[in-house]
Design a protein around this ligand. Structure first.
Ligand code: NDP
Length: 386
């Protein structure tokens, strides 16, 4: 019987919610492009409940224990004395979410001889050392598409809130004030701006589609070009590289996975080629940008704003410079963990586990690493160091 080690974020400080703001979630019939929603044989939770925190247990306990497996759930994930490290030694399956990632480094993988499967309850498996997983024969799977639209909505919200200066204006209200000049001195319309995405995968394309009605000029770069009919429908300008694209943009949204090609992509040099007063929205991964270069660009005015929800490491330390840099709209890593998204990735995690225990192949679109190599979605979107 397997030991399943699940690392989840802490419950709310006020305790696990007894009630919710809404009574139900809208029913969805599938993802854009035709991929089906998760198809587990059953679920043991009510859609709309908080599943990503420790007490929510991703709704997995009944299912796993009824089959004789052991489920360990913890939020304690850092350092050699953490509960994560202690249980990793004999765990067969590790599950974590990118919002509260259990960093599966090469050293940790080496100390986990029983480890067979690492599941990302969400999207983005860069917290797993994929080269080490390949060498150790560990399968890495994530719940592809589960929160892509959640993130796309967040990106659009952040573009509007940064360009229109929403957060400082809201703060004026909280502070009891009414100084319109302070609020509007940095407020612009999005209409007519040039907005581009680094990567037009599931999230990037969904962002482009959602921005189209704002009458903006849309740009993208990606390793694979979108179908011509999509480019025409959305009026897209394709650029061969990020470097070639960003000088043309007022707003950059980053939607690529973190892998050797994208790590530290936005450094001082690239930022200097951008239009003065451009905005960056990064909901992809913190390490795609140079942390301190972003602070410098905001301080000099090269960037007018930076927003997103991804940091390194996570949780971000209290003295992380992005907490206090000017003109930012950062949140903790939440865009892909709405209650709506949690329902989908909890169901998708269950689907992956059901397949694994039954000896059935995990859906190809969920695979990142399998059989000692990049596989499925991983083979399309990621690269390795070697
Ligand atoms: P997809 O796999 O659908 O799309 C990723 C896209 O990135 C692919 O089109 C891929 O290109 C492209 N890409 C990869 N490398 C490069 C590169 N060097 N330059 C340009 N494009 C590149 O993933 P999603 O859209 O669903 O998610 C993207 C990322 O967003 C995730 O990997 C994750 O890091 C992040 N994310 C964040 C969340 C949050 O809560 N903030 C939640 C979910 C995801 P191609 O395949 O054509 O080679």
């Amino acid at each position: 019987m397997a030991k399943v080690l699940c690392v989840l974020y802490d419950d709310p400080v006020t305790g696990y919610p007894p009630t919710y703001a809404r009574d139900s979630l809208p029913e969805l019939n599938g993802y854009p492009g035709g991929q089906t929603l998760p198809t587990p044989l059953a679920i043991d939770f009510t859609p709309g409940e908080l599943l990503g925190s420790v007490s929510g247990e991703l709704g997995l306990r009944k299912f796993l224990e009824s089959q004789g497996h052991e489920l360990v759930v913890t939020s304690d994930k850092e350092g050699p004395d953490s509960e994560f490290d202690r249980h990793l030694a004999d765990a067969e399956i590790v599950i974590s979410q990118p919002f509260w990632p259990a960093y599966l480094t090469a050293e940790r993988i080496a100390k986990a001889p029983n480890l067979k499967l690492a599941v990302t309850a969400g999207i983005g498996s860069d917290h797993v050392d994929l080269d080490a997983a390949i060498k150790a024969g560990v399968t890495v799977a994530e719940v592809t598409f589960c929160n892509s639209i959640s993130v796309a909505e967040h990106v659009v919200m952040m573009i509007l809130s940064m360009v229109r200066n929403y957060l400082p204006a809201h703060q004026i209200v909280l502070d009891g004030g009414w100084n319109i000049a302070d609020a509007v001195a940095r407020s612009y319309d999005v209409e007519g701006m040039h907005i581009g995405t680094v990567a037009a995968g599931r999230i990037g394309l969904a962002v482009l589609r959602r921005l189209k009605p704002f009458d903006v000029h849309l740009h993208y770069t990606d390793r694979h070009r979108l179908p011509e009919q999509v480019e025409q429908e959305l009026g897209l300008t394709f650029h061969a590289s990020t470097q070639e694209m960003v000088p043309h943009l007022d707003v950059v949204t980053i939607n690529a996975p973190l892998h050797p090609e994208t790590q530290n992509l936005f450094d001082d040099k690239l930022l200097a080629t951008m239009r003065r007063g451009a905005y960056i929205i990064n909901t992809a991964r913190g390490l795609i940008v140079d942390r301190d270069a972003i602070v410098r660009a905001l301080e000099t005015g090269q960037l007018a704003g930076y927003a997103g929800d991804v940091w390194y490491p996570q949780p971000a330390p209290a003295d992380h410079p992005w907490r206090t840099m000017p003109h930012h709209g950062m949140t903790p890593h939440i865009s892909g963990s709405s209650l709506s998204a949690q329902t989908r990735y909890a169901a998708g995690t269950r689907e992956i586990l059901e397949s694994y225990f039954a000896g059935r192949p995990v859906r190809d679109e969920y695979l990142i690493v399998d059989g000692g190599k990049l596989a499925g979605t991983g083979a399309h979107s990621y690269s390795t160091r070697s």
